[in-house]
Design a binder for this molecule. Structure first.
Ligand code: ADP
Ligand code: ADP
Length: 237
């Protein structure tokens, strides 16, 4: 349901971040993108929700063509495509619950989200999302008071609250210790399996990708150099 056809990204300084990418990612797949720093993993993932504009080719999510220039189309696209980051991007001084409610702004009318007016249904969805990642007991804590692993779960719950079809995760476990990284990837895996949400996750370590992904895409210098089922990914990726 996500299709890249001959997609290039050329950055304003002329650097080619993506070079002729052709991919099809099915609904409900868990895909790990692997590669060294600078390989283009983040560029690839950010192209999908229009954070990085592509300069050539065609990129579609479901029936929607990604069009970074069209603000209302982009808003619609991003309501279906949630994103999480290495640094969690929570608002530290507000509660965990309010951080998760921010996710509802992607699906409630703009005027309501602008004034921070969330209804009973929004709150119910927010609590369900917190439940799913095991931190419902932290709902009224300040986000900044939580551990790294818990903060990343707040970010996952925020994205879940928008009822996404796709979750893009840009190095979501890069700043976590190995056991915590595994728990966070386990949460994403569970979400993908139970809710059928497509997960595209950038990471450095092939061993982690092997344990959680269905499919591995290896990148180097803006190109796909490996694409196959997890069992076939070797250390050469
Ligand atoms: P990865 O996520 O694999 O570490 P990135 O997608 O972040 O790689 O970066 C790929 C390449 O594109 C790197 O060489 C990086 O320096 C370059 N790059 C990233 N953002 C920009 C930008 N805004 N302008 C120019 N070059 C960029
Ligand atoms: P850290 O402080 O290293 O970030 P975590 O936030 O990952 O630790 O975990 C804190 C506690 O939450 C641990 O006791 C762990 O067992 C528990 N925990 C972790 N993931 C989940 C989950 N998905 N559901 C319920 N409990 C969890």
């Amino acid at each position: 349901m996500i299709t890249f056809e001959n997609v290039d990204v050329v950055y304003p300084n002329g650097f080619k971040g993506l070079d002729n990418i052709n991919l099809e990612i099915a609904q409900g797949e868990f895909v790990a993108i692997i590669g060294l720093s600078g390989a283009g993993k983040s560029t690839l993932i950010r192209a999908v929700n229009g954070l990085v504009p592509y300069t050539n080719g065609a990129l579609t999510v479901g029936e929607t063509t990604v069009n970074p220039k069209n603000k209302s189309k982009l808003r619609k696209l991003r309501s279906k495509v949630g994103m999480i980051f290495q640094q969690f991007n929570n608002v530290g001084r507000i509660s965990v619950l309010n951080n998760v409610l921010i996710g509802r702004s992607a699906v409630t009318p703009t005027w309501r989200s602008l004034i921070g007016w969330y209804g009973a249904e929004d709150k119910e969805v927010a609590f369900q999302s917190l439940e799913r990642v095991g931190i419902v007991d932290k709902a009224y804590n300040r986000a900044s008071a939580l551990s790294g692993g818990q903060q990343q779960r707040v970010a996952i719950a925020r994205v879940l609250a928008q009822d996404p079809e796709v979750i893009l995760a840009d190095e979501p476990v890069a700043s976590l210790d190995p056991p915590t990284a595994r728990r966070v990837l386990g949460d994403l895996r569970k979400i993908q399996k139970e809710l059928g949400i497509t997960c595209i996750v950038n990471m450095h370590h092939l061993d982690l990708a092997r344990d959680y992904a269905d499919r591995i895409i290896g990148m180097r210098a803006g190109r796909v150099v490996f694409d196959g089922p997890t069992e076939e990914a070797t250390d050469a990726v």
